[in-house]
Design a protein around this ligand. Structure first.
Ligand SMILES: Cc1ncc(COP(=O)(O)O)c(C=O)c1O
Length: 380
């Protein structure tokens, strides 16, 4: 089956009771049992919910995985995944992850004696050099948020598997339409469904998909025990979102290319971070492992004043955190999404006062470009 067919049909069986073609929102906390010990496979809604189960099946199919588990947010999904690692074990992490991931690892999980080493995973030799006897996981984001560093998924997966470590990839920026990490050896894929999978900026959620049965059992156990589940309504929203994922991603990708080309030529823009650009040092790798480049573009304006001029003067683009929705969002990573990253790390990565990130939405691209053009004109 093709991607769109899977997106529209996987998990989306007509409702057995009524024939409703859309999976209903099973807004219930519990299920009537026919007799003691006899029920229909549903006992309590933290443990099982048919709407959530449909979504989990749908997203697992889109990533080419056997199992899926939906959580209340992307961070809850990442937190559950990290519980595959035990105290005394070590995790290697891409050094330019989403700021919330960095915060969870360094400020919370590190307190439980899990060790983290942050390296530039775009060079596999950095991953190899960071390996310790107790390394059990490599956690990747590619392209990274917000400076779009690309990691070679196959090379890092091979290196990690040689030392018996699992590889996790946060695929939020690409969505399974543009990148399927498991095809390159990745073991576990996580998403903030808040972004492209839902796609309409109206729900927060997360998903973990994987193939290993024992790991899947553990994630399921954690999902039920810790209880950070996705609600039936939010599950339904994401299930609706993925039906149009392919067409939305095509448009995000086409408009992303147009916006990046405009910014790259603009005299006030010092540098763009966009793997689709020929000037990106990993353009060839991105071409090999991604089906497109998506709608995320970051650009350097040289100073806080210049960034402020643009952010304060956009009219169509909305100044807001988040990404992957129908509307174009623009943000300032240093003070917004990446405020919790250490100053020296931010400096090294290029998360500067002048860096602006844009999530190119589905409006007419001429309107997005015209808005950026007039805002860039405001820079003194
Ligand atoms: C790449 C990435 N991963 C994870 C998250 C966290 O997801 P959530 O906000 O749904 O908890 C985000 C949020 O911005 C993100 O951009």
């Amino acid at each position: 089956m093709g991607f769109s067919t899977t997106a529209i049909h996987a998990g989306n069986e007509p409702d057995p009771t009524t024939g409703a073609v859309t999976v209903p929102i099973y807004q219930t906390s519990t299920y009537a049992q026919e007799a003691l010990g006899r029920h229909k496979g549903f006992e309590y809604a933290r443990t099982q919910n048919p709407t959530r189960a449909a979504l989990e099946q749908n997203l697992a199919a889109l990533e080419g995985a056997r199992y899926g588990f939906a959580f209340a947010s992307g961070m809850a999904a990442i937190d559950a995944t990290l519980r595959l690692v035990k105290a005394g074990e070590h995790v290697i992490v891409s050094d330019n992850t989403y700021g919330g991931t960095y915060r969870l690892f360094t400020k919370i999980l590190a307190n439980y004696n899990v060790e983290f080493t942050f390296v530039d995973t775009s060079d596999v030799s950095n991953v190899e050099a960071a390996v310790r006897e107790n390394t059990r996981m490599v956690f990747l984001e590619t392209p990274t948020n917000p400076v779009m560093i690309v990691t070679d998924l196959q090379a890092v997966s091979d290196a990690a598997h040689r030392v018996g470590a699992r590889v996790v990839c946060d695929n939020t920026f690409m969505s399974p339409y543009l990148q399927r990490p498991m095809e390159f050896g990745v073991d576990i894929v996580v998403h903030s469904t808040t972004k492209y999978l839902n796609g309409h900026s109206d729900g927060v959620g997360g998903i973990v998909v994987l193939n290993d049965e024992a790991d899947a059992e553990w994630i399921k156990f954690i999902q039920n025990s810790a209880g950070a589940i996705l609600s039936p309504f939010d599950s339904w929203l994401v299930l609706r979102g993925t039906k149009t994922l392919a067409v939305r991603m095509e448009r995000h990708d086409a408009s992303g290319r147009a916006v990046a080309a405009f910014l790259e030529e603009h005299p006030k823009v010092k540098k763009i971070y966009y793997p689709g650009s020929l000037s990106h040092r990993q353009h060839d790798l991105a071409r090999r492992q991604q089906k497109g480049f998506g709608g995320m573009v970051s650009f350097e304006l040289g100073s806080l004043e210049a960034a402020r001029a643009v952010l304060d003067n956009v009219r169509l683009c909305t100044l807001a955190e988040s990404l992957g929705g129908v509307e174009t969002l623009i943000s300032h990573p240093l003070t917004m999404t990446h405020a919790s990253v250490l100053p020296e790390t931010r400096d090294r990565l290029g998360i500067t006062e002048g860096l602006v990130r844009i999530s190119v939405g589905l409006e007419d691209v001429e309107d997005i470009i015209a808005d950026l053009d007039q805002a860039l004109d405001k820079i003194q």
